[in-house]
Design a protein around this ligand. Structure first.
Ligand SMILES: C[S@@+](CC[C@H](N)C(=O)[O-])C[C@H]1O[C@@H](n2cnc3c(N)ncnc32)[C@H](O)[C@@H]1O
Length: 354
């Protein structure tokens, strides 16, 4: 499927629904459905699509800060953009606590640690507003762009650079893959050219849909009551984490870099036995929303996971007309980051009208 221009402004997010956007949109009636409610917006892939292609008002949420800054920058924001001066301002020297150098020096060169400490401090000092969110989103994007495999995991390349020099490190990275070597080159480069390119991508996605879009950063159960007056005009995309996808914790270091301090690990109900009761409560709290599009998935051989037919039954208790669409022609969207084979997993959409 061809990637649309604005889609390169969203970060590569675990469980992204970028490839499923047109399928999800096909269930929405643009004459009737004017508001999209998204309690688990993550990287904002479908939310941005709905804003740009369906001109919907976006009411989004995610308890992760990485997601919140994307939501503010790309969904709620109807016009602010990143200027060259905004990018230069990230380099302005300041006194900071050296949080990144102290805690994340395994993942970045000393120069990049210094840059992240300076830039994040400069962003924290900005007044509340879309500039702050745009620059936070840019910094998140930059971090994911230079890390091998787009996550905090592999430390050997940076260790090699520090201990054995760039030439040897590059040769070793190239032995694994060209893309790993190219990531390493990015991670030692001065950040300015990369930031400028990423800012262009972000700016190209900013649009005014003339709606009062709203973004939140809270637990889904705090967020849902805010939507209680929404009715026939509303659609919900619910894209919760799949069973045992503990991996959202991988974004915690980025949240911490933005905040400049340690953050508590979030407990996820999606990994435990209480997941069925959680969905029961969730469906009860969404009854006022006209159409539900729920995306979910599971490892096929995971006995404790909720599989498609069982999930459909759970939804049908609340919405008897619910239908199931198995996404057999898609590779599992979290595969590229988790390394699982598509055959081991199933992914589906439940479409539930009132
Ligand atoms: C599958 S991802 C969403 C991906 C998104 N649709 C995209 O295309 O990028 C699930 C998201 O749910 C969020 N999340 C998990 N539990 C939550 C809760 N109780 N309240 C709010 N957000 C939660 C996670 O932080 C994660 O970003």
């Amino acid at each position: 499927m061809k990637k649309l221009d604005f889609q390169s402004a969203t970060i590569p997010y675990l469980g992204s629904k970028k490839r499923q956007c047109s399928t999800l949109a096909s269930f929405i009636d643009p004459e009737k459905h004017k508001t999209l409610v998204s309690p688990f917006a993550g990287g904002c892939s479908f939310e941005l699509y709905a804003k740009r292609k369906l001109s919907m008002r976006i009411f989004s949420n995610d308890w992760s800060l990485v997601s919140f800054v994307s939501q503010k920058a790309l969904l709620e924001n109807n016009g602010a953009r990143i200027s060259p001066n905004d990018i230069y301002s990230l380099f302005k020297e300041n006194e900071n606590s050296g949080f990144v150098s102290e805690n994340y020096s395994k993942f970045f060169t000393d120069e990049i640690c210094g840059f992240l400490d300076t830039a994040s401090e400069n962003i924290r000092r900005l007044p509340e507003g879309y500039k702050k969110h745009l620059l936070s989103h840019l910094l998140v994007f930059y971090i994911l762009h230079i890390l091998p495999y787009g996550k905090f995991g592999c430390t050997s390349d940076i260790r090699n650079v520090k201990a054995r020099g760039m030439e040897t490190a590059l040769a070793e990275a190239a032995r694994t893959s060209d893309s790993r070597a190219s990531k390493l080159l990015k991670s030692v480069q001065h950040p300015l050219p990369i930031l400028k390119k990423l800012a262009e991508r972000i700016n190209a996605a900013v649009t005014n849909n003339n709606e009062n879009n709203k973004a939140y950063c809270e637990d889904a159960f705090e967020f849902l009551p805010r939507t209680k007056d929404f009715g026939k005009e509303s659609v919900m995309l619910a894209d919760p984490p799949y069973f045992e996808s503990t991996s959202y914790d991988m974004y915690r270091p980025i949240n911490e870099i933005i905040l400049g301090r340690k953050e508590k690990k979030q407990d996820s109900v999606f990994n435990g036995k209480e997941v069925e009761a959680w969905f029961e409560r969730f469906f009860n709290e969404c009854q006022h929303i006209d159409l539900w599009l729920i995306t979910y998935g599971a490892k096929i051989d995971e006995p404790n996971a909720i599989h498609s037919e069982e999930f459909l039954k759970m939804v049908k208790k609340h919405r008897p007309k619910a239908k199931l669409l198995k996404l057999e022609n898609f590779t599992w969207s979290i595969n590229s980051l988790s390394g699982k084979s598509p055959r081991e997993c199933e992914e589906f959409i439940v479409i539930a009208e009132k």
